[in-house]
Design a protein around this ligand. Structure first.
Ligand code: TYM
Length: 341
């Protein structure tokens, strides 16, 4: 078989589950903007509202609000809806249609091994929704219904992307085609795993009950500075080399956050701040964070004041998305043997 050439195309998604964190921004959005502006890929970014109801059925108004707020977040962070395709998953029905085919390709055993399934379903898996179990097959469909070649995500999505590759490979093998690309995860940079500000061994997450553990993209300048000043650290000064952060998860986290916000390497941060105590370093980090993040929160509020404009942008994004997904789904149906209407 000859190697099929696929258009270099980036796809990624974020759940509109309420509240965007610094983790989502540094691990995902900021890198989405870089890939958009670099110009070597077509870039497609999605609010995955179908995923957002897998853990619990969210009240309808809340889901609509969260979806619009996430769209405002994307734009405020620098996604340009002219340069990228920016849209909401449920408005492009081919995602759910391809997901059904993938539900029949993926094996129960593969899904059962997903660590996010195990974490989210907890001890009472019997009471979890079928949608939560099938979540990674929908995620594979999100990516492959565009024949996306590259997927920028944070570290926590790595296993789901491996599963996406397994689904593509099994489909191609079983139908003897080279139809779906074997997608490359893009997990790069200093902030692929931003940690909890009160416990550097845990991931920063919007679902943590304590708001002190995270920076929200909707936090104002005061709240951002306060949370950084109160972040957990240790009494030692900053080391000269990255190796000196070994065994110091809280210190490492703040250095990584600084590096990602300033677009420099963690070593460059240490070159500037080696020997500093955390009281001092946290002030510099708070200034930097306020400088980079406060304008995003201001812009989000401005955009949220015009929800009709957000809906228009999402409507247009869905139309553009479907120019890609309709033919790919049709070809998939042809390969599988579904009759054309
Ligand atoms: P979600 O909504 O949980 O998170 C969105 C993105 O933010 C990244 N992220 C982090 N990165 C670094 N540090 C953190 N503390 C942190 N917290 C979150 C996530 O890695 C992710 O990139 N299943 C996905 C959504 C999805 C998707 C897709 C992603 C659905 N379909 C197709 C890519 C391609 C999720 O729940 O992300």
């Amino acid at each position: 078989m000859t190697e099929t050439q696929f258009t270099p195309r980036v796809f990624s998604g974020i759940q509109p589950s309420g509240g965007l964190t610094l983790g989502n921004y540094l691990g995902a959005m900021k890198r989405f903007v870089t890939m958009q502006d670099e110009g070597s890929f077509e870039t497609i970014y999605c609010m995955v509202d179908l995923h957002a109801i897998t853990a619990r059925l969210v009240p309808a108004d809340e889901l609509r609000h969260n979806t619009r707020e996430l769209c405002a977040g994307f734009i405020a962070a620098g996604i340009d809806p002219e340069k990228s395709i920016l849209f909401n998953q449920s408005q492009v029905p081919e995602h759910a249609q391809l997901a059904w085919i993938f539900n029949c390709v993926a094996r129960m055993g593969w899904m059962g091994r997903m660590t996010q399934w195990k974490d989210k379903a907890g001890k009472n898996a019997e009471a979890a929704s079928l949608g939560l179990f099938a979540y990674p097959a929908l995620m594979a469909a999100d990516i492959l219904v565009y024949h996306a070649t590259h997927v920028p995500v944070g570290e926590d999505q790595k296993q789901h992307l491996e599963l996406t590759r397994d689904i593509a490979a099994k489909f191609n093998h079983d139908y003897e085609v080279e139809f779906f690309p074997v997608t490359e995860p893009v997990i790069e940079g200093a902030a692929t795993r931003v940690m909890n500000l009160q416990d550097g061994t845990k991931k920063m997450s919007k679902s943590d009950p304590s708001d002190k553990t995270r920076i929200n993209l909707t936090d104002d300048a005061d709240a951002i500075a306060k949370k950084i000043r109160k972040a957990k650290t240790d009494p030692d000064p900053l080391p000269e080399a990255v190796a000196g952060l070994e065994g110091r998860p809280d210190a490492r986290n703040l250095v990584n956050i600084y590096a990602a916000l300033a677009d420099i390497t963690p070593q460059a941060v240490l070159d500037q701040h080696a020997g500093a105590l955390f009281g001092h370093f946290k002030m510099a980090l708070a200034d930097l964070a306020v400088d980079k993040l406060a304008p995003i929160s201001t812009e989000m509020s401005r955009l949220m004041a015009a929800p009709a404009e957000i809906d228009r942008i999402l409507g247009r994004g869905a139309e553009r998305a479907r120019e890609i997904t309709v033919p790919i789904l049709q070809q998939t149906y042809d390969i599988v043997g579904m009759l054309r209407s």
